[in-house]
Write a protein that binds this ligand. Structure first.
Ligand code: MN
Length: 257
């Protein structure tokens, strides 16, 4: 398979008033994660950031914006709306919550972030992506992605009653877990650095910030720097939750565990 051509990025210029920009991703919220939810609430109330970028998979599953009427999701919506009333909030969708609509984001006072987005701040340009689209080794997932990102597929899916969509999401999650456990492709898929470097060169960005792979770290590649966000989970073994914070002084990782 060839490398995907750079699709062009949505430009976003940080206003000079932004002194501190936070990035998180892959919180995978669902109603079985009380400690993770509590950590997110605490982080939202305490962060000194002027802007927060959520780079995909805030939710473990999202089957349509009418899901917002479910009790747990209604609570999440209220939490995000309260936060967005006092801090700039940008939300990108991931492979789990790709049906999170612009209307949901707008209604909670946040900004929908296209994938990719190109953020200009502190004299640098960062390319922001979720990351799934550049995990080129996972060809099965990419075929699935190509299907479900089509408007026709989404319209047909959203035409089903909410209860049926919730059930389908449950089944897809179970299938996905089996796929990850039994499939080397999915286990080892990582962002393809050759393709990522080509995207950075095409966009004029000097760094890449992404989530999805759950392999947090910052490393140089192809003359650029790549910053991978951590996933969050404080409800199972190996508690983890990290924020990547960008200020004039550079980028730093802050562990919330
Ligand atoms: Mn993901």
């Amino acid at each position: 398979m060839g490398k995907p051509a750079f699709p062009g990025a949505h430009p976003l210029h940080a206003p000079p008033s932004w002194r501190c920009i936070d990035f998180i991703s892959d919180i995978h919220l669902h109603d079985g994660l009380p400690n993770t939810m509590a950590a997110l609430e605490r982080f939202l109330s305490e962060t000194p950031a002027d802007a927060l970028f959520i780079l995909g998979d805030l939710f473990e599953a999202w089957v349509g914006d009418d899901m917002r009427s479910e009790p747990y999701e209604a609570g999440c919506f209220a939490m995000l709306r309260e936060f967005a009333s006092r801090c700039w909030l940008g939300i990108m969708v991931g492979n789990r919550d790709f049906l999170l609509g612009d209307a949901f984001t707008r209604d909670c006072g946040a900004h929908a972030l296209p994938d990719p987005t190109e953020l200009h701040a502190f004299g640098h340009r960062a390319l922001l992506i979720h990351g799934d689209e550049l995990c080129l080794a996972d060809t099965k997932y990419l075929a699935f992605r190509a299907q479900v990102r089509q408007a026709a597929w989404q319209q047909a899916f959203l035409a089903h009653p909410l209860a049926a969509r919730l059930e389908q999401a449950r089944q897809m999650r179970a299938a996905s877990q089996a796929h990850q456990q039994g499939d080397q492709q999915a286990m080892y898929a990582d962002v393809d650095e050759t393709a990522a470097a080509a995207w950075l060169n095409a966009s004029g960005c000097d760094m890449l910030i992404h989530g999805h792979t759950h392999r947090p770290g910052s490393q140089p590649f192809g003359g650029h720097t790549r910053h991978v966000l951590s996933d969050w989970d404080l409800d199972h073994g190996h508690p983890r939750a990290e924020v990547l914070r960008w200020t004039q002084g550079g980028l730093q990782r802050i562990a919330l565990t």
